[in-house]
Ligand binder design. Structure first.
Ligand SMILES: NC(=O)C1=CN([C@@H]2O[C@H](COP(=O)(O)OP(=O)(O)OC[C@H]3O[C@@H](n4cnc5c(N)ncnc54)[C@H](O)[C@@H]3O)[C@@H](O)[C@H]2O)[C@@H](O)CC1
Ligand SMILES: Nc1ncnc2c1ncn2[C@@H]1O[C@H](COP(=O)(O)OP(=O)(O)O)[C@@H](O)[C@H]1O
Ligand SMILES: [K+]
Length: 490
C-alpha cells in the first residue's frame, strides 16, 4: 500500500478538484463520505451520547451539518449551533436545509450533560485570517468544558499550512478526524499540541491523485525479516560505538546496548577506561576496544556511531578527523560529534561513508548557523538543507521527528510519546539505527529505527505510566516492539 502523504491545504484543494474534474466525484459525495466516517467513529466510541455540533460558515460547517443529519436519522439526540449560515452554498447549503428541516437547529442540549459530545466543525483548511472576538469567544467557551471534543479535519483555529494558532486559542480536541490526507499543520507546533488523537480518513479517493504530489510521507517501518537459522554473531553486522566521557557514562551504555537489542550480534564500545569499569559489570556482552584499535574496528564494522556523550575536546576532534577519512559502511554522527562537526562543516563533503546525522533542534541550529526558532519554524526545510549540504540521511528529532534524504524525500514520524523526553533516549535511537544497519539499507534502517523508537516510548508509557519512564526502562521494550513488527512472509 502506498504510504500516506501529509499535504498542505493547497495540495488538498488540488486533490479535491481533480477528484471532481477527472474522476467524476462530487462535492456531495466527498462531504457525505467525510460525515459518514466520523459517524462510524462516534458509534464506536461515543454510543448513546448526545451531540452538539458547532458549524462554521464553509464546507467544514457543511461536514458538521451532514454529520448531524446522519446521527439524528440514526437515533442520536443532536443540536447544531450555526455560527453563520449566510455563506453556505452547494453541498453545505443542502446539508443546512436538510438539518433545518429535521429541526436540528432548534432543540438545545444541556452542554453540561454527562454524556454530551462536542463536534467542532467551525473552520477547516479554509481558515485564512485571524479569528474575530465573537468566534474566539465560542472557541474559549468550548475549551472551558470537560466534555469530549472531536474536530472535523483540523481543530478550528489552527492554520493548516504551518500549525500556527490564528487567534488567542484554537479548539483543544481529544480526537481530530482529518479527511483525504493529514494536513501538515497537524504536525507542527504549537497547533500539534491541540489535535489529540489524529485519525486519518482517506475517503477512498483514487491513489493516483496523490502520485504527482511532492509532499512528506508518514513514516512507516519497513518489514523486518526474522533472523535466519544459519547465522553467527557477525552475520547481521558489527557496531562500533565511539562515545562517552567522564560525565556521560550513560550514553555509551545506551547506544551499545540498544544496538544489541536491535539484533546486532557484536557490539563494540570505545570509551575512556573509567567508563569501561563502570559498564563492564552491567553489560558484559559488550566488547571493549582500546584507543589504538579504534580505526581498525571502524574499518571492519557495519556501522560506526560517533559522538554521544563524547565531549568536545582535542581528542574527540582529532578522532573525528581520522574517522571521516575512512571508508566505512555507515557512519552515524550524534550528540557531541555533531557539535564538533558544526565547527568544521567544510569537511562534511569529504566523508567517505554513508552518513546519518541525528541532531536535535539545538544541534541542528549549530550545524546550519540558524537560531533555534528558525529551525523550529522550518523543521522540514532545515532537515532538507542539512541533507543537501552533507549528502546524509538526516533525522531532526522532536515530537514528530523529520527524516530527510539527499534525494529530497521527507518522512514525518507520527508515532511517538512524551515518555521519550528523558536523558539517554536519543542515544537509544542511535543504537537502534546502528543495530538495524546490519539488516537493511541505511534509509530503511533509519526509518524503521525512528518508528520503533516512537513505539518503544508508547509501550513504555502504556505499561509504566505517565511518570517513571527512564532510558533504562525504554531499553527493555525494544525487543517487544521489534518482535511484533517481524514479517514472517519475507
Ligand atoms: N471541498 C471538498 O471537496 C471537501 C471539503 N471538506 C471540508 O471542507 C473544508 C474546507 O472548506 P472551506 O474551503 O469552505 O473552508 P472552511 O470551512 O474551513 O471555512 C471557510 C469559510 O470560513 C471563512 N473564514 C475563514 N477564516 C475566517 C475567520 N478567521 N473568521 C471568520 N470567517 C473565516 C471564509 O471566508 C469561508 O467562508 C475542509 O476542511 C473539510 O472539512 C470535506 O467535506 C471533504 C471534501
Ligand atoms: N515529547 C516528546 N515526544 C516524542 N518524542 C520525544 C519527545 N521528547 C523527546 N523525544 C524523542 O526523544 C529523543 C531525545 O533525543 P535527544 O534530545 O538527543 O536526547 P538525549 O541526548 O538525552 O539522548 C529524540 O528521538 C526525540 O525525538
Ligand atoms: K474543524
Amino acid at each position: 500500500m502506498e504510504t500516506i502523504r501529509i499535504l498542505s491545504p493547497n495540495q488538498i484543494k488540488t486533490v479535491e478538484k481533480e477528484a471532481v474534474d477527472s474522476y467524476f466525484l462530487t462535492e456531495e459525495i466527498l462531504m457525505e463520505s467525510a460525515a459518514l466516517s466520523v459517524y462510524n467513529i462516534i458509534v464506536e466510541r461515543f454510543k448513546g451520547f448526545s451531540v452538539i455540533i458547532y458549524c462554521g460558515p464553509g464546507n467544514n460547517g457543511g461536514d458538521g451539518l451532514a454529520l448531524g443529519r446522519i446521527l439524528s436519522n440514526n437515533g442520536y439526540k443532536v443540536y447544531i449551533d450555526i455560527i453563520d449560515s449566510s455563506k453556505y452554498n452547494g453541498a453545505s447549503k443542502r446539508n443546512f436545509q436538510a438539518a433545518e428541516k429535521l429541526g436540528l437547529l432548534e432543540n438545545k442540549i444541556d452542554i453540561k450533560g454527562d454524556k454530551t459530545l462536542i463536534v467542532d466543525a467551525i473552520f477547516g483548511v479554509g481558515l485564512n485570517r485571524v479569528i474575530a472576538d465573537d468566534i474566539q469567544g465560542i472557541i474559549s467557551s468550548i475549551n472551558s468544558l470537560q466534555n469530549p471534543v472531536i474536530s472535523l479535519d483540523i481543530p478550528s483555529g489552527i492554520n493548516g499550512f504551518n500549525g500556527k494558532i490564528m487567534g488567542e486559542q484554537c479548539i483543544n480536541s481529544d480526537i481530530t478526524v482529518t479527511f483525504i490526507a493529514p494536513k501538515i499543520g497537524l504536525y507542527l507546533f504549537p497547533g500539534a499540541n491541540f489535535c489529540g488523537e489524529i485519525i486519518i480518513e482517506s475517503l477512498s479517493l483514487p491513489p493516483a491523485l496523490f502520485n504527482k504530489l511532492s509532499a512528506p510521507r508518514v513514516n512507516k517501518p519497513i518489514k523486518i525479516k526474522p533472523r535466519k537459522t544459519d547465522i553467527h554473531k557477525s552475520s547481521y553486522g558489527k557496531v562500533i560505538n565511539i562515545s562517552g566521557s567522564e560525565n556521560y557514562f550513560g550514553a555509551p551504555y545506551f547506544v551499545s546496548k540498544a544496538a544489541l537489542l536491535s539484533g546486532c550480534g557484536y557490539s563494540m564500545l570505545s570509551s575512556p577506561p573509567s567508563i569501561k569499569e563502570a559498564i563492564s559489570s552491567i553489560a558484559p556482552e559488550l566488547v571493549y576496544i582500546n584507543e589504538s584499535d579504534i580505526i581498525d574496528s571502524v574499518k571492519s564494522s557495519s556501522c560506526t556511531v560517533f559522538g554521544p556523550g563524547l565531549g568536545v575536546n582535542y581528542r574527540s576532534k582529532s578522532l573525528l578527523k581520522k574517522i571521516i577519512k575512512i571508508e566505512t559502511k555507515n557512519l552515524i554522527i550524534d550528540g557531541d560529534g555533531l557539535t564538533i562537526l558544526a565547527d568544521s562543516m567544510k569537511r562534511i563533503k569529504n566523508i567517505q561513508s554513508s552518513l546519518i546525522l541525528t541532531p536535535h533542534p539545538k544541534e541542528m541550529s549549530r550545524l546550519l548557523g540558524k537560531t533555534l526558532d528558525e529551525v523550529e519554524n522550518s523543521r522540514i526545510e532545515s532537515a532538507l538543507e542539512l541533507s543537501t549540504i552533507s549528502n546524509a540521511i538526516v533525522v531532526l528529532k522532536g515530537v514528530y521527528s523529520v527524516i530527510t534524504t539527499p534525494q529530497k524525500d521527507v518522512y514525518i514520524n507520527t508515532e511517538s510519546s512524551n515518555s521519550l523526553a528523558t536523558a539517554g533516549s536519543g542515544d537509544i535511537l542511535c543504537g537502534i539505527i546502528a543495530g538495524l544497519c546490519g539488516y537493511t539499507d541505511p534509509l530503511s534502517a533509519v526509518k524503521s529505527a525512528v518508528y520503533i523508537h516512537g513505539k518503544v516510548g508508547q509501550y513504555a508509557k502504556e505499561q509504566i505510566g505517565d511518570f517513571g519512564v527512564t532510558a533504562n526502562s525504554l531499553l527493555s521494550f525494544i525487543p517487544e516492539v521489534i518482535n511484533s513488527h517481524l514479517d514472517t512472509n519475507l
